[in-house]
Design a protein around this ligand. Structure first.
Ligand code: NAD
Length: 479
């Protein structure tokens, strides 16, 4: 699986490879070796790409929905053909265990393209309200800025609906895991996406990302990444008053009600927290449990976590791979160290590296965490689960109030979960949590349900019909 990887020296602009300068290094997160380089773009390439996207917009937006759907399906088919290659690249760039990369990192993007093809079938932009025709039109040129944790999924979650709506796109993928995006350009080209409809400029956030956010020729910016960078993108974009969609961070709770099966809840919590080594924006990283059961839950969580296997992502025996980079590994270890300094108890894992080489962090569980600790408030983005408790001494209503208060006690609102013996009660609690996605008793991820955040987790929704709507303007024509 660790065969030589192709480097790229050009950006994809107006249907051709345009040579770029600079060389950003891409690292294998298990071996720590540089495996390839990609160009480091500048505002000059952004200019070319936005110009190409603007010129391509009239013809693409006028292409019948049926033809756009056929191209989107061809993209999904093309991704399927190159699935192993893509999954291998992502396992190396990000460190995701290969089986998971094959299933999620490449499976989800496929669904994004094929679901948009399906959605366009029979889609009607016009409706009537009184004397008005209400019509939906593509927003225009979309700039998409994406992160490294599910790199291809986050690209597809933007490009597929944008193309479906009739928009043209300039993509700036994460410079940390960019290789999959270059392969995607080849797939788009082979599927018949016309020149200029999707352009790729590789580079860093402050240079290429901000040039896109500031550009008056960009009508909408859709960003996925950290809350800090999202805030900056929104501020820069505000100068030209463009539409902004933000998918940001989270500190998502899994609330366990007193009547829940604690073993099931803890298992779901660890799986949800440790997937992709905790580098999942919607990871349920806070296990919120009744105070009277906290000791039992902590023992279960610490015990289960100790069995999690960590190592080479290409060895199927390993449930967790390395983190994406040395920077991310060091950040996560610093979070663990600070939590321990602030009084959290170590139930499993810790700051010591499990392997000498590779960006590894031990799967870690921290007990006795209270809302005033940084680790209860700040996104860690690594395999770190914290156990928080709520007072379950009163009536059922008082218990639920206390649990909801702890669940909602962060600036985020991306995802949550509720576990309870009484499904009706669990659903009532789910409705009270201020988050864009809530799973009840382990309800499975739905790739066409709207995904996005409340509060500082973002603005707007991705995936399915709600994701598609983001790329449409609404026009009322009075007759
Ligand atoms: P990041 O914010 O560092 O980078 C994300 C992207 O933004 C990259 O392409 C980066 O180059 C670019 N960028 C950085 N600074 C920028 C700036 N000033 N202007 C324009 N672009 C800029 O995030 P990351 O480390 O790549 O990803 C991890 C973060 O992403 C986590 O906080 C995670 O929660 C979040 N995330 C959110 C979702 C979601 O859907 N809500 C999904 C995945 C990841």
């Amino acid at each position: 699986m660790r065969t030589p990887v192709k480097s790229w020296d050009s950006h994809w602009i107006d249907g051709r490879w345009v040579p770029g300068a600079g060389a950003i290094e891409v690292t294998d997160s298990h071996t720590e070796e540089v495996i390839a380089t990609v160009p480091e773009g500048t505002a000059a390439e952004v200019e070319l790409a936005v110009d190409a996207a603007r010129r391509a917009f009239p013809a693409w937006s006028a292409t019948p929905a049926k033809e756009r759907a056929a191209i989107l399906q061809a993209v999904a088919d093309g991704m399927h053909e190159r699935q192993t290659e893509l999954a291998t690249l992502i396992s190396r760039e990000v460190g995701t265990p290969f089986m998971l990369a094959n299933l999620v990192q490449t499976g989800l993007p496929n669904v994004s393209f094929s679901s948009m093809a399906e959605l366009l079938d029979g889609w009607e932009p016009d409706s009537r309200q009184g004397n008005s025709i209400i019509t939906r039109e593509p927003v225009g040129v979309v700039a998409a800025i994406t992160p490294w944790n599910y790199p291809l999924h986050q690209i597809a979650a933007k490009i597929a609906p944008a193309l479906a709506a009739g928009c043209t796109v300039v993509l700036k993928p994460s410079e940390v895991a960019p290789l999959n995006a270059f392969v995607l350009m080849e797939i788009l080209d082979a599927a018949g996406v016309p020149a200029g409809v999707v352009n790729l400029v590789c580079g860093t956030g402050p240079v290429v990302g901000e040039a896109l956010a500031a550009h008056p020729g960009v009508d909408m910016i859709t960003f996925t990444g950290s809350t800090a960078a999202g805030r900056r993108v929104a501020a820069v974009a505000a100068q030209t008053v463009k539409k902004v969609a933000l998918e940001l961070g989270g500190k998502s709770p899994l609330v366990v009600l007193p009547d829940a099966d604690m073993g099931n809840a803890v298992l779901r919590s660890l799986t949800g927290c440790f997937i992709n080594s905790g580098q999942t924006c919607s990871a349920l990283t806070r296990l919120v449990v009744p105070a009277s059961r906290a000791a039992e839950v902590e023992e279960l969580a610490g015990g289960f976590a100790a069995f999690a296997t960590v190592g080479d992502p290409f060895d199927p025996a390993h449930q967790l791979g390395p983190l994406v980079s040395a920077l991310q590994r060091d950040r996560v270890r610093a979070h663990i160290g600070r939590a321990l300094d602030q009084g959290a108890r170590l139930l499993a894992g810790g700051v010591e590296p499990p392997h000498e080489t590779g960006f590894y962090v031990q799967p870690t569980v921290l007990g006795g965490v209270t809302g005033d600790m940084a680790v209860a408030q700040e996104e860690v983005f690594g395999p770190v689960l914290v156990v928080q408790s709520y007072d379950d001494g009163g009536t059922e209503q008082e218990q639920d109030d206390a649990a909801v208060a702890v669940a909602n006690d962060t600036v985020y609102g991306l995802a949550a979960g509720v576990f309870g013996g009484d499904p009706e009660r669990a659903l009532r609690v789910a409705r009270r949590i201020r988050a864009g996605q809530v799973e009840v008793n382990g309800g499975a991820f739905n790739p066409v349900a709207p995904f996005g955040g409340y509060r500082q987790s973002g603005v707007g929704r991705e995936l399915g019909s709600f994701g598609f709507e983001e790329y449409l303007e609404v026009k009322a024509i009075q007759l």
